[in-house]
Write a protein that binds this ligand. Sequence first.
Ligand SMILES: Cc1ncc(C[n+]2csc(CCOP(=O)(O)OP(=O)(O)O)c2C)c(N)n1
Length: 1024
Amino acid sequence: MNHLRTLTAKFKPQTVKRLTRHHVVMRSIFQTRLYSVSGTPEPFLNGNHSSYLEEMYCAWHANPKSVHESWDKFFQTFIASAPLDLLNKPMGSLPAAVQSQNRTQTSAQTSKLIEDHLAVQTLIRTYQIRGHHVAQLDPLGILDADLDSSIPSDLITSMDKLGIYGLDESDLDKVFRLPTTTFIGGSEPAISLREILKRLENTYCRHIGLEFMFINDVEQCQWIRQKFETPDILKFTNQEKKRLLARLVRSTRFEEFLARKWSSEKRFGVEGCEVLIPALKTIIDVSISKGIDNVIMGMPHSYAAIQVSHFNQGRLNVLANVIRKDLEQIFCQFDPKLEASEEGSGDVKYHLGVYHERINRTNNKHITMSLMANPSHLEAVNPVVQGKTKAVQFYRGDTTGKTVMSILLHGDAAFAGQGIVYETFHLSDLPSYTTHGTIHVVVNNQIGFTTDPRMARSSPYPTDVARVVNAPIFHVNSDDPEAVIYVCKVAAEWRNTFNKDVVIDLVCYRKRGHNEMDEPMFTQPLMYKQVQQQVPVLKKYADKLMSEGVLTLQEYEEEVAVYDRICEEAFTRAKDEKILEIKEWLDSPWPGFFTQSGEPKSLTCAPTGVSGEILQHIGNGASSVPVEDFTIHSGLSRILRGRAEMVKNHIVDWALAEYMAFGSLLKEGIYVRLSGQDVERGTFSHRHHVLHDQDVDKKTCVPMNHLWPDQAPYTVCNSSLSEFGVLGFELGFAMANPNALVCWEAQFGDFNNTAQCILDQFISSGQTKWVRHNGIVLLLPHGMEGMGPEHSSARPERFLQMCNEDSDVYPEYTEDFEVKQLFDCNWIIVNCSTPANYFHVLRRQILLPFRKPLIILTPKSLLRHLEARSHFDEMKTGTSFQRIIPDEGLAAQNPDDVKRLIFCTGKVYYELAKERINRKMEKEVAIIRLEQISPFPFDLLKVEIDKYPNAELIWCQEEHKNIGYYDYVRPRFRVTVQFKRPVWYVGRDPSAAPATGNKNTHLTELQDMLDVSFNLQAFEGMTF
Ligand SMILES: Cc1ncc(C[n+]2csc(CCOP(=O)(O)OP(=O)(O)O)c2C)c(N)n1
C-alpha cells in the first residue's frame, strides 16, 4: 500500500491538471466513502487517475513485469478477460499511421473500460457499506431503523444516479467482471450491471441490513459477503419452513395461552417479536451442531424485568420453548397460593434463573442450558453472564469457547443507553475475560417504555456500540421469519468460525403498551395505529407457506391444536403442585456442595491455620524466581530478598500473608483468581505476582503457579478499567463453582461505587432474592492517609448499611454462634489490622460450609508498616481468624484499673497504640480492635466490656462521623451494654467529602482525634 501511495503521489500534479468535471464528481464521492469507512486510503481506486492508469496499462500491456505486481494482478483480473479484442491487439503489428490512430482509440476505450470497472467496483462497495441504510427493516413500515429517512446519494435508487459513477442506462446490459470482494456473481465471473444492481439490492436493501464493512479484517468481511451475497443463499427447504412455522406456533400460542389464563395481570409481552423464539432456537441448534453443549443466557431487558406480581412472558416463553423447562413448573410459579419451599423474596421470584439439562431434539445431543437470574436493572446481568460463561469454560478446560457459549438478549433503548453494555463489550477480547464470542440479540421494538428512539439515542442504530469491538451487526426485519432465521444461522456460524461477538438487531414492534395497563396511544399514536393493523407474523408466515403449497390449512390448525393441548394439560398438572421448589430455579447449582435439601453440610468451620512447613515453602516461592534464564528488575530482586529475609525470620507482611493464603488454598486444590485494575503488581507495588523479564518482551512468570506439582491453577489478571463490568464478571465467575476463591480488587476502594448496581442488586441481596450463594471477595483499599477525598474511603458505611443484621437485638448465644451469624448474614465485612488475620479470613472464605460475599477493607500504609507484621505462629495449624483482637498489654493485666476502653478498626489502631506509648497510658487505656465489623461480634465484645468494668467506652474512628462505621456500631454497642453505659464517639466531624485534600488539615484532624482519645476528661459531665 505504501508503494502505491508513493506512486500516486508522484503522478498527482499531472492527474490534477487533467481532471474533468466528471472526475471531480467521482472524487468527492470516493473521498466521502473513504472518509466514512476507514482510515486506509485507497488511491488505487480513487478514480482520479485515468491517465496514470492508462500509462500503467500500456506499460503492463507491453511487459507485465514492468509494473508493480499489484498492477499486474489488477490488469489480469479486470482486463485480461474483458470482452474487448482490441485490447489484445499487439500495437507493433499495424502500420505507423494506423498504429497512432489505434493507440489513441485504444487508449480512450481502455480508459473508459477501466473507469467503468472501477465505478462498478465502487458501486458494489457502496452497497456493502451503506446498503443497510435503505433496507426495509421496520415491520410497521413507518420508522427508519437508523433514524434517518434520507437515502445515501450513492445508492442507485433511480437511473439518473448512475451518473454519479460515470455510467448511464446504456451501461445496464454491459457485462462487468466482478471483483474478488463480491460474491453476487456466484459461479459467474462477470454479469450485467442490471443484474449486479438487482443482486446488490436483494442482498443489502431488503429485509436484512448488514453492517460489517468497518471490520478491519479482510477475511472476516469476505466471509460475511459470501454468506449473504451468494445468489439464492436464502432458500429454505420445505422441512425447514415447516419447522420454523412450528416454532412460531409455539411462541405465539404460548403468549396467547398465558394471556387467556392470567388476563387480569400486567404483562410484558413478547408479542410483536414472536420470532425471537425460533431465532434463539436456531442460534442454539447451529451452535450445538458445531460442538457447543452448554449455553448460558442472560435476558437483561424488560421482558425479563418484572416487578411485583408482573408476568414475564418473554422470559417464560424462552424458558418454555427455548430452554424447555417443564410447563407445569413454569405455570405453578404464578399460583399465589403456592408457598416457596425455601428462602427467597417472593416478589421477585419471577426473576429467578434456571438451569436445565436436556436432549436437543434437532440433533439429539445432550446439552445444558441456563438462564441467569437478573435484576430489573437493564443490562446489568451482561457481565455476570460473561463471567459465569468464562468460569464454565475454564473448569471444563475449554480454552477456545468451542463447547460453552453465552447468548445475551437486549432491549434497543437499554443497549444504546446503558454504559455496562460498552464495558462488557470491552471484556470480549481480553485474554482473561474473553468468552470467545457472544451472540447478542437486540429485541428492537423501536420504543423504550414510552420513549421514542429519536429521544433515546444519538447513534443511528441502537447497536452502534458494538462497532467498537468490530462485531458485525445484522439488522433484520422480524416480520420476515426466514430472513431472521438465516441471520441467526450466520451469526452462530460466525461465532463458531471467528470466536468473536456478533449482534443481531431484531427490528420488531411492541404489540401492546409497556405492560397491559399502559396505553401506548398516549405517546406513540401513529405507531400504534399501525400496530393495531398489523397482521401477526404467525398468520403472515402460515399464509405464505400455504400459498407456496408447503402447508395445508388442516396441517396448520393441527399444529396449533397440538400445542394448545400441551399447554392445557400442563396447566392442569400445575394445579396439583403444592409447593414451589426454589431449587428448581437456580441458574448455577453446586452439586455436592450442599445437602440434598440444599442445606450446608455443617455449621462449623475448621481452623484456618496451616503448618509451618507449608508457610515456609510458600514463603520461599514468594521470594524467588522459579524459572531459569529470567531477568527481573533489580528493584524487584531487592523486594524478593526482603521477603526471603522475612520468611527466614518467620515473619509476614501484608503481601506475604496474601501469598500464604492463596498458595495454601492452591495446594488444597482450590482455584484462586484475582482480578482488577493493576492487580498483578498491585496498585501500591506490594504484590508482584507477575514477574516480567527485563530483556524479553511479554516474557512473564507467575511464581504462584510454581508452588506445588499438583496444585490448582492461579489466575491473576489486570482488568480493563471498568468496575461495573469487571466486578459483575467476577461475580459471575464465582457463581460457577463454590470451590474457588474469586477476588476482585478496586484500585482504591473509592471506585467501588461505579459498580454500585452490582453491589446493590446482586452481591448484597442476591441470596435473598435468588437463593444463590456467592463467595466473591472484594478487596477495597481504604484508609485516611491524607490522600484526599477521592483516594481515602471505600465507603464502609454503605456496605454496613446494607447488612441484614438487626441492630437493636442482642442475639441469642449458641455454641455455633460465630458460624451461624455468618450463615445468616447477607455479606461479611472485615477490616483486618494484621497480615495473619487477612490470611485467615481469606482461607475461612473457602473453609466455611456455605458461601457469603466478603468485603475486605484493605490497608495502604499498613502494607509496609513495620508494626503491621505477623509471625508464622499466628498462622499455624490450630490458629483461626480473630473477629476482635483484644488488648494484650499492661491494661489487660489489670483491667480494673483501666479508665478508658477504646474500640476501633483497621489502621487507626496503630496510630492509637503509638500515641498511648507516647503518653505512657498503657495501663489506663485498653484498645480493642474490631476485625470483623459485620456480622457484629456481640459475644466477644460483651466479654471485653465486662472485663473492664470501670472503663469509659469509646468508639474511635479516623473517618468522618457520618462516614465509616459509627452509625453501624453505635446501636449494637448500646444493646451490648443494655443501654447502661455510654459509648462515646471520637473521630472527625461529619463531612460531605470523605477526606480533606489538605495534608496539614489531615494531620491536624488526626492529632485532634488522638488528643480526645487520650484525654480522660473529655467526656466528663456529659450525659448520653
Ligand atoms: C437501569 C434501568 N433503568 C430504568 C429502568 C426502567 N425501565 C424498564 S423497561 C424500560 C424501557 C426499556 O426499553 P428497551 O431497552 O428498548 O427494552 P424493551 O422494554 O422495549 O424491550 C425502562 C426505562 C430499568 N428497568 N433499568
